[in-house]
Ligand binder design. Structure first.
Ligand code: SF4
Ligand code: SF4
Ligand code: SF4
Length: 445
């Protein structure tokens, strides 16, 4: 039998006027060139929805904020995350290594889709059980890291208000947004909160406090995090953001399936001690407006010493597309002018009226991390509806959580008492805060 092999040249399959440019060294995204049908959808999404525009002739390399929205919108899977889950499987088989895994908040309302469960199915204890069955030594909850981010960020906001320092303050937990600011508006870096993201805090505490409490040596430990986000693969390579491997929700589905684990049939289990609990405030980090809501609840306590659930989404006025939510919220002596924004085109709108705000949450992905580029793929036409359902599942968990405030999380109370002293203490500033850098030279202008 004769076998005919068609030699496909790159020029035949790629049209850079239609497809986004992805460099080989992109930390998050890979292109399988042979699959591309040059439909142009990824480029339209990148330019119009994500908001990345640059002069290809002048730029030193492809300008990319690693968000993975192009992956979600490619109809033929020509764009995929850079897969790292095989490395995790190898470490699990290495008896010399202790492997920890930390689960980001948005995972639990979307992982079920990878096992044909209904959209918005909330799986937490089942997932922890599955991960222990696969062989992870410790399974931690990044909702703890999210609560810590809120403690530090609310304290920073109150300090900036009291001391009349740079306002508005921007949230800094979305690495794609942070990279965008570093590339396009480096002169505004002072507006970014210096607090590390939830996984940045979690990894810093794993590499210090956790090792100390368990008398372990870093060289024997591998720290893995599961995120809805391709951009975290880039973030963990920033200085001092020390997780060893970041895998996406989608990769976790592959890891579990290759290990013959059916999440619907596992024995439910609890997160491992030290980083085992999260408040409702931490859970809603996974959807747009959640960081704002959590931070306002904590700032209210810092200024009034009273607990108050502030439902930011109920207070906010939305723009037509729902990508900008604005509100004025009375907290102690302040009438805080706040906004939650998704997508960089809407952020650009906000930048034109920056003096009108005190605090701004910025997330790159539609509806926040529930719509992240590392989530289980869904039909393109239904993506918005599905993201809203995932976000709703997180809101429901917050409503039913018996701890709604980060400062009431026992693990948070414990870590300040035994290790970090108090929010924004010198030790906290050294270990769980960071800094940012001007990356505008990539544009070559
Ligand atoms: S990852 Fe985001 S920024 Fe990078 S090419 Fe894709 S859509 Fe554009
Ligand atoms: S969306 Fe996919 S198929 Fe369409 S141009 Fe981009 S990479 Fe090619
Ligand atoms: S919004 Fe969330 S998922 Fe999207 S890039 Fe930012 S951190 Fe990642």
């Amino acid at each position: 039998m004769k076998v005919y092999v068609k030699v496909v040249r790159e020029s035949e399959v790629m049209d850079l006027n239609k497809a986004v440019r992805i460099d080989e060294d992109n930390e998050s995204i890979k292109r399988i060139k042979e699959r591309c049908i040059n439909c142009g959808r990824c480029k339209t999404i990148c330019e119009e929805v994500v908001g990345i525009k640059y002069d290809n002739e002048k730029a030193k390399k492809a300008v990319c904020i690693n968000c993975g929205q192009c992956i979600l919108n490619c109809p033929v899977a020509s764009l995929v995350p850079k897969y790292d889950y095989k490395k995790v499987l190898n470490y699990l088989h290495d008896t010399e290594k202790i492997v920890t895994i930390s689960l980001a908040p948005a995972i639990r309302s979307s992982i079920g889709e990878g096992f044909n469960l209904e959209v918005g199915t909330f799986l937490e204890k089942e997932l922890v059980g599955a991960l222990k069955e696969v062989g992870f030594d410790y399974v931690f909850d990044v909702t703890f890291g999210a609560d810590m981010t809120v403690m530090e960020e609310a304290t920073e906001l109150v300090n900036r208000l009291k001391n009349k320092k740079t306002l508005p303050m921007f949230t800094s937990c979305c690495p794609s947004w942070v990279k965008y600011l570093e590339i396009y508006h480096p002169e505004k870096i002072d507006h970014l909160s210096t607090v590390k993201s939830p996984i940045g805090i979690q990894s810093s505490l794993l590499n210090t406090y956790f090792l100390k409490m368990n008398e372990l040596d870093k060289k024997n430990i591998i720290n893995v995090v599961v995120v809805p986000c391709t951009s975290k693969k880039f973030e963990i390579k920033r200085t001092e953001m020390g997780m060893d491997i970041a895998i996406t929700t989608n990769e976790l589905v592959m890891l579990l399936k290759e290990s013959n684990i059916d999440i619907t049939k596992t024995t439910p289990s609890e997160f491992s001690p030290l980083f085992s609990k999260g408040s409702g405030s931490g859970t809603i980090f996974g959807r747009s407006g959640g960081v704002m809501e959590a931070t306002l609840r904590c700032a209210n306590y810092l200024l009034t010493e009273k607990d108050k659930v502030i439902n930011f989404l109920d207070l906010a006025e939305n723009n037509k597309s729902g990508t900008i939510k604005r509100a004025t919220v009375n907290i102690g002596p302040y009438n805080l002018r706040v906004a939650a924004v998704t997508g960089m085109p809407s952020l650009e709108e906000i930048l034109k009226e920056l003096d009108s705000y005190d605090f701004i949450e910025v997330m790159n992905c539609p509806n926040g991390c529930v719509g992240g580029g590392g989530q289980v793929l869904s039909p393109i036409a239904k993506m918005n509806e599905i993201n809203l359902e995932r976000g709703e599942a997180l809101t429901k968990d917050d409503n039913s959580n018996n701890i709604r405030f980060c400062y009431k999380n026992p693990d948070v109370i414990n870590i300040y008492k035994t290790y970090l002293d108090y929010p924004n203490s010198p030790k906290a500033l050294k270990i769980i805060h960071t800094n940012f850098k001007d990356r505008s030279d990539i544009l070559g202008e």
